[in-house]
Design a binder for this molecule. Sequence first.
Ligand code: NAP
Length: 244
Amino acid sequence: MIVTGGSRGIGAATARLAAAAGYAVCISYVRNEPAASAIVREIVDAGGEALAVAADVASEVDVIRLFERVDRELGTLTALVNNAGVLETQMRVEQMDSARIGRVFGVNVFGSILCAREAVKRMSTRRGGAGGAIVNLSSIASRLGAPNEYVDYAAAKGAIDTFTIGLAKEVAGEGIRVNAVRPGVIYTDIHASGGEPNRVERVKGSVPMQRGGNPEEVSKAIIWLLSDEASYTTGALLDVTGGR
Ligand code: NAP
């Protein structure tokens, strides 16, 4: 399995759970090498197999290198979690410059599509592969729009929803299932990159369950979608939001 952005947050929780379920896991990261190494060590100490690769998903060269490394070191790819995602400082659309919008779409949208392309090349029965499953991390922001915070990010996740539906149909007859998980507000570092580390505390009152979620609660949904338990599920957008 490849989990992009597996060094922290939801990706790290997914890597741990995947290793416990028996997957050999490759996590990618972009700059936090100590965090990535710590997850790998944790998995290996628990008897699992793991590898960390520095690769910016917005870079086509890095993505190709990431998948080739997995081909060489972990063997046949059966699962991809397109988890790497970024948002930027909260602001209104009229204040956003093009560089920022480019970064948001570069990681969230281009990154996910490039990684899915490499996964399909390896998994598709049409190309001699043995099939597999892909889960894309969208966000409930794709439905809510994130006004006054990050409409660009919400729009990027809207693109992920549509990409999930389209790719699922494109490869459904080739042994590949493609689904998305749309988390609500989850306790991770991502809110600090928006400039509000305690955002979950501020908005949790608007969640019907009256609390934020934990990364593990999202990763369980991801692992289920990748497993044979979800063998007839493809093109689904699964909300993990506490009812929001
Ligand atoms: P996070 O805690 O901020 O962690 C982000 C991860 O992505 C880190 O491992 C980071 O690596 C990696 N990353 C960032 N840019 C990258 C790039 N260009 N290439 C490769 N890896 C990159 O994020 P999170 O909250 O766990 O979010 C995971 C996913 O869930 C994202 O797609 C996010 O949009 C989505 N999501 C999160 C929430 C939430 O409330 N947390 C809600 C809805 C959706 P480094 O450690 O090297 O920086």
